[in-house]
Design a protein around this ligand. Structure first.
Ligand SMILES: Nc1ncnc2c1ncn2[C@@H]1O[C@H](COP(=O)(O)OP(=O)(O)OP(=O)(O)O)[C@@H](O)[C@H]1O
Ligand SMILES: [Mg+2]
Length: 325
C-alpha cells in the first residue's frame, strides 16, 4: 500500500494541453488531469484511441509544453526548472514507445543506439560507455553479439529490448511505457512484460504504463486510471478497479474484455474509435454514450467532478456512480 506520508515521485496537477482542431477551435487533448505515482509503483493509464493518454505522457516527459497545470517530479516543478536542471532531470525520466523498429535509427548499430543517450549527456569515457552498453544489453537479456547488428536484423521483441536498454542507459527512475508491448506478438509480449517487471524490482523503477489493453494493465499496474476525452473519469487501486468499477465508461471497457477471437476483437476496437458528438452544454462529456445518464437532468447540465473515497482512495467522475444502466 502506498505510504501517504512519502511524497510521490510524480505528481501531476491540473494539467491542460490543447491543440488546434481540424474542424476549427481547439481540441482539449488533456483537460485538467491530476494524478500521482509513488516511487517504485506502476500507474496504468487506459482509455480509447484519442482520449489523451500519449499527450499526457508527453507532457510528463516535457516533450510537449502543457498549456496549464504543473508536473512535480521528486517534489520539483519541472516547468519552472532552469535549463541545466531540466537537462539533468530529463535523464531521470525516459520513454519506450510502441513501434520498436520505428523508434530506432535504421542506420546505427545496436551498440550505437544504446550508447546514444550516454554520448548526448557526455557520460564517461568511450571505454566506460562501451562497458555500460554491454551491461545494458545483459540487463535486457540480449546476447552481446546483438550489439553489432542493425535494427532490421532484429525481431520485434529484440528491437523492443534495445529500446528498453536505451531508455535505461542514464539510470532513470521513471519510465513512461506508451503502448510499449502493443505491437508485439502475444508470446513475445509476455516476455517483455516479465522483463519490465523484473527491471522494476531490480532497479526500483517507477512506471507510467499506457495501454488500451486492460488485461495487460491488470497484470502490470498497482493503480489504474481511465481517460475519456481528456479527463480521468475513474481511478482506483487495481483490485477495486477490476472488481467494482463505478463509472459507466469503465464498465463498458471491462465488458468489452476478454474476447478470445482476434477478428472480433479488432472489429470491436474499431467501433470504439474517437467520439465526435459535441459534449452536452456544461454536462457530462460521457453523456452521449452513457447508458445511465440518458434522460437525467443532472448529467445533461453539470460536469461531474472527480471525487474520491476510501483508503487507498478510489476516484470517480459520475453523478450516479455504480448505478446500473
Ligand atoms: N500534435 C498534435 N496536433 C494536433 N492534435 C493532436 C496532436 N497530438 C494529439 N492530438 C489530438 O489530441 C487528442 C489526444 O491524442 P493522444 O494521441 O494523446 O491520444 P491517445 O489516448 O494516446 O490515443 P491512442 O490510443 O490512439 O494512442 C486527439 O484528438 C489527437 O488528435
Ligand atoms: Mg497514444
Amino acid at each position: 500500500m502506498p505510504d501517504s506520508t512519502v511524497a510521490p515521485l510524480l505528481d501531476v496537477r491540473g494539467l491542460v494541453k490543447t491543440f488546434p482542431a481540424p474542424e476549427g477551435g481547439r481540441t482539449r487533448a488533456v483537460d485538467g488531469v491530476s494524478l500521482s505515482v509513488p516511487r517504485g509503483e506502476t500507474y496504468g493509464l487506459v482509455g480509447e484511441s484519442g482520449s489523451g493518454k500519449s499527450t499526457l505522457g508527453r507532457c510528463v516527459l516535457r516533450l510537449t509544453e502543457p498549456d496549464a497545470g504543473t508536473v512535480l517530479f521528486d517534489g520539483r516543478d519541472v516547468g519552472a526548472l532552469p535549463p541545466g536542471s531540466l537537462r539533468r532531470l530529463r535523464a531521470r525520466v525516459q520513454v519506450v514507445f510502441q513501434d520498436p523498429h520505428g523508434s530506432l535509427n535504421r542506420r546505427q548499430t545496436v551498440r550505437d543506439i544504446v550508447a546514444a543517450p550516454l554520448r548526448a549527456h557526455g557520460a564517461g569515457t568511450a571505454r566506460e560507455r562501451e562497458a555500460r552498453v554491454a551491461e545494458l544489453l545483459d540487463l535486457v537479456q540480449l546476447p552481446a553479439g546483438v550489439g553489432g547488428r542493425r535494427p532490421r536484423e532484429l525481431s520485434g521483441g529484440q528491437a523492443q529490448r534495445v529500446a528498453i536498454a536505451r531508455a535505461l542507459a542514464l539510470r532513470p527512475d521513471f519510465v513512461v511505457l506508451d503502448e510499449a508491448v502493443s505491437a508485439l506478438d502475444v508470446s513475445v509480449r509476455a516476455q517483455i512484460l516479465n522483463l519490465l517487471s523484473g527491471l522494476q524490482r531490480e532497479l526500483g523503477l517507477t512506471y507510467l504504463f499506457i495501454s488500451h489493453d486492460l488485461g495487460i494493465v491488470r497484470y502490470m499496474a498497482r493503480r489504474v486510471g481511465v481517460m475519456y476525452r481528456g479527463r480521468i473519469v475513474e481511478e482506483a487501486p487495481r483490485e477495486v478497479f477490476f472488481s467494482a468499477p463505478r463509472h459507466p465508461y469503465t464498465r463498458l471497457l471491462l465488458d468489452a474484455v476478454p474476447v478470445a477471437d482476434p477478428a472480433r476483437r479488432r472489429a470491436r476496437a474499431s467501433g470504439a474509435a474517437p467520439v465526435t458528438e459535441a459534449v452536452a452544454a456544461g454536462g457530462c462529456r460521457f453523456l452521449p454514450r452513457c447508458p445511465v445518464g440518458a434522460g437525467r437532468d443532472l448529467c445533461a447540465t453539470q460536469d461531474p467532478p472527480l471525487q474520491g473515497a476510501g483508503s487507498p482512495p478510489a476516484f470517480v467522475a459520475c453523478h450516479y456512480p455504480g448505478v446500473n444502466g
